[in-house]
Design a protein around this ligand. Structure first.
Ligand SMILES: [Zn+2]
Length: 424
């Protein structure tokens, strides 16, 4: 998800000093996103700032790349602070950059540094060049004293008052304010620090969710949610809009308009999916203490399985788990990830693993005990039993046991996994 409407980052814990011991407050960060309506002159200036920051990002990125490509003894790893020191002489030379508030420039260099740190830790790829029309730039004012709420509007440095629709009240202490373009619309995202009493840990009730393509979720309580397939529904309209773009003359006004239409359609699909994922995960987090999901490498699956990729992405698997994780954390619940292997071929009743048990996409009938169920619901029940290994009767004593040793090894769940899962 590009911009989740509500997000939390690393909830820190600290003791409350004014109350008796043992009561803890949870310090979380929550982002509130509001639509802003800049005036034409403000919008033009924001556009110029975006260009200036894109230029700064690419320049700073190039500096890092040059320093990294040197031979080992002369190599230099730039930090955000190193690059910030060069900001003053640079702004003196480049008047278009000097127009952007200094804090906003500095924050961009911090973001670049964070992107490189993620790359060094092998979490993400190398930071990309920012290209006009492809990458949006966010303007973040990190210091709470430099911007403020003026009535229901936002007063941003150098821009003055931005007309804002405060459709919901802010909570906690506002910290940073980020202005970002989304196609032809502008949004301000305000991150607030909120101190909440830590929720009482909940371990009941337990539910397992199996994710699929045809059915987004099937849970161990027997509920199946079919995939809304927003992208599939919009495909025809998107294809038509994209054809219009390719017919229009390059560099023309009409081509720009056609492009905007494509972007709007994509935005609509994205928002439909976000809404769906948020409602679904909120319902589970509200009604259950522990939610069990299978551990899937979504990014890897998308890469390996081009044919399925569209379905996987359209179903919003990755987003669903991320939403569940933080929503459960807020309500005192836990997300448990269990190994996914053979969950669709295992019988939830007797634990026998056999590929013949799964008769079709939706039908499961065990070859050993005759237990019949919807295939997705059966898989969800298997996942639930995996969260508590001791409760499972005989999984692993499989009919396929006579097959090669390699296949047998695959069926075994690593020891560490079972000791990690909480006692239910
Ligand atoms: Zn069975």
């Amino acid at each position: 998800m590009n911009v989740p409407r509500v997000e939390t980052t690393r909830p820190g814990h600290r003791a409350c000093t004014t109350r008796p011991q043992r009561l803890y407050l949870m310090l979380t960060r929550k982002a509130f996103r509001y639509r802003v309506y800049p005036t034409p002159s403000q919008e033009a200036r924001l556009g110029e700032w975006e260009s200036a920051l894109r230029w700064l990002w690419n320049l700073a990125n190039e500096q890092r790349l040059m320093a990294l490509s040197r031979p080992r003894d002369g190599r230099k790893y730039y930090t955000a602070f190193d690059q910030m020191l060069e900001l003053t002489p640079l702004r003196a030379e480049a008047p278009w950059l000097a127009d952007v508030p200094r804090d906003v420039c500095a924050q961009l260099l911090i973001e670049l540094d964070q992107a490189w740190q993620r790359c060094f830790k092998r979490i993400a790829r190398q930071p990309r060049w920012k290209r006009k029309g492809r990458d949006f730039i966010s303007l973040t004012e990190p210091h709470p004293k430099m911007w403020r709420l003026d009535g229901s509007n936002i007063r941003f440095p150098k821009l003055g008052i931005l007309r804002t629709v405060l459709h919901r009240p802010l909570e906690g202490t506002p910290k940073t304010c980020t202005i970002k373009r989304d196609g032809d619309q502008w949004f301000a995202s305000i991150v607030c620090e909120i101190e909440l009493p830590e929720p009482a840990p909940r371990t009941e009730p337990v539910i397992a969710i199996d994710r699929g393509i045809v059915n987004v979720t099937a849970d161990s309580d027997g509920k199946i949610t079919t995939s809304p397939r927003f992208y599939e529904h919009a495909r025809k309209r998107l294809a038509r809009a994209q054809r219009t773009v390719s017919r229009r003359k390059k560099g023309s006004k009409n081509r720009e308009k056609a492009k905007l239409r494509v972007a709007r359609l994509h935005r609509k699909v994205r928002r439909q999916r976000e809404h769906f994922v948020h409602t679904l995960s909120a319902a589970y987090a509200k009604s259950h203490g522990i939610v069990v999901v299978e551990k899937l490498n979504t990014a890897g699956m998308v890469r390996a399985n081009r044919g399925l990729a569209r379905g996987i992405l359209d179903a919003g698997w990755g987003q669903l788990v991320e939403c569940l994780r933080y929503k459960l954390a807020w309500s005192g619940g836990t997300l448990v990830e269990v190994p996914a292997h053979y969950s669709s071929q295992t019988c939830s009743d007797c634990g026998i693993v056999d590929s013949k048990s799964r008769r079709s996409q939706s039908e499961f009938r065990c070859v050993a005990c005759g237990h019949a169920d919807h295939a997705d619901l059966n898989a969800a029940k298997v996942l639930k039993s995996r969260a508590n290994r001791s409760a499972l009767p005989v999984e692993g004593s499989s009919l396929d046991a006579h097959r090669s040793r390699k296949a047998k090894k695959k069926l075994r769940v690593p020891r560490g996994q079972s000791s990690q899962s909480p006692v239910l």
